[in-house]
Design a protein around this ligand. Sequence first.
Ligand SMILES: [Zn+2]
Length: 136
Amino acid sequence: MGRIGVKKWLLYEQMHRCYYCQFEVEVIGIEGSAVQYEATLDHIVPREYGGDNSPENIVVACRLCNETRMHFRNYLVFREVIQELLKNETVFLRWHRFTKDELRMVRQVVHKRLGQIDPEWAFEITERSILGKAWY
Ligand SMILES: [Zn+2]
């Protein structure tokens, strides 16, 4: 199955919803577009940790969730953190419509929470920040 086939099949399986935030995603054909609700393929086990491209290792995620997760290892923990965040009504109402500044704030909140759960991540994201490789 090619990547397009996988995406179509997973979209159907996931009822066109992001695996993490459960918001509706859309397939957008414009290469390089950065729409927050765009359907993207996310590796359950990140490539950096040896995850492969098999359909079993992939979920459909909105671009917002995918890019916020980066390569945080535990995708289930990531989903819990996103679900927790969405209980905040302001966040819920603005989801997929964040301005650049709001995006930065949301990602900071998520990454801080992930760091509380996974000290290795806390270390890594701090390093990335210092090196200017994080968004904030
Ligand atoms: Zn999402």
